[in-house]
Design a protein around this ligand. Structure first.
Ligand SMILES: C[S@@+](CC[C@H](N)C(=O)[O-])C[C@H]1O[C@@H](n2cnc3c(N)ncnc32)[C@H](O)[C@@H]1O
Length: 270
């Protein structure tokens, strides 16, 4: 089980995501939605696959544009939250609970998206290659792929080598009205290029009494930009452009990298 497999985390996701992205407007939900709408316009995409779609950013905004959208996520808890939103807003989309490293939808798309941090959840090179191969297989010729990674942050990694404890990630009010503080502790494994974290959710009632404590694991992989370039080439893609965020700003260490790639052939590795 990883962070987003837990129903309580899925229920709270939209609330803490807003807090986590509030200091980075170029990675906010709004910026992410606007970016992907502009990509569908630019490449005239009608059929879109949103992988690691979570609770629906940017998927719901693409449904609003009248596009034919399919969402894949391996967390049924996240898909349940998304399904409820789709029902409330009366949008129809296909939702599939599956691992992005191993899926077969028997159809092809004009555009595949892995928005915000979805790709970081692939914790081995093998899984990254399997996911890119599956995406290649599900794209029409010259189909488009966008996904994001980030520059490995050397200062942060150096600290996490010895373990970081009690880091306050976010404070927010959840759907029940309670206040929640998220604390994290993390340690890196340089061999596997993974960051192994534990997020502790401490929930307080209106009287500021601690009413719940939940510990949830999170494992992410840090991948260097040149690795991504190589992976894309061997999996049958060419890089069209790279941005530092969903507002099209230039990439800059130690920030995010939004990749825009195009299918140029079949994968050369299996
Ligand atoms: C940070 S959320 C991003 C969700 C959404 N795209 C957004 O921008 O708000 C990451 C999502 O990736 C999903 N995920 C993680 N590993 C996955 C995998 N191997 N296959 C499919 N989905 C995965 C999680 O369940 C979670 O919903």
């Amino acid at each position: 089980m990883d962070l987003f497999d837990f129903p309580d985390v899925a229920m709270d996701y939209d609330f803490f995501d807003e807090v986590l992205t509030k200091n980075d407007k170029s990675f906010s939900k709004q910026a992410c939605e606007d970016f992907h709408i502009s990509i569908t316009d630019r490449f005239n995409c009608k059929k879109v696959l949103d992988i690691a779609c979570g609770t629906g950013c940017p998927m719901i905004s693409l449904c609003r544009q009248g596009l034919d959208v399919t969402g894949v996520d391996n967390s049924q808890a996240m898909l349940n939250v998304l399904n409820q939103k789709l029902c409330e807003q009366k949008y129809i989309a296909h939702l599939v609970c599956s691992n992005m490293s191993n899926f077969d939808l028997q159809t092809q798309f004009d555009l595949t998206i892995i928005a915000r941090s979805g790709f970081l959840h692939l914790t081995t090179t093998e899984d990254q290659i399997k996911a890119l191969n599956a995406i290649n297989h599900h794209l029409v010729d010259e189909g488009i792929l966008t996904f994001s990674t980030n520059y490995p942050n050397f200062e942060l990694l150096a600290k996490a080598l010895h373990g970081i404890k009690n880091q306050l990630e976010a404070e927010f009010q959840n759907s029940t009205g309670n206040f929640v503080k998220i604390f994290s502790e993390s340690i890196i494994d340089p061999e596997t290029q993974t960051i192994n974290s534990k997020w502790t959710f401490k929930e307080f009632n209106a009287e500021n009494e601690l009413v719940k404590v939940r510990e949830r694991p999170l494992k992410l992989r840090f991948t260097f930009p040149s690795e991504i370039e190589h992976l894309l080439v061997i999996c049958g893609f060419k890089v069209l452009e790279r941005y530092g965020g969903y507002d099209y700003c230039p990439p800059m260490y130690p920030g995010n990298i939004v990749w825009l790639a195009q299918k140029v052939g079949n994968s050369k590795i299996f």
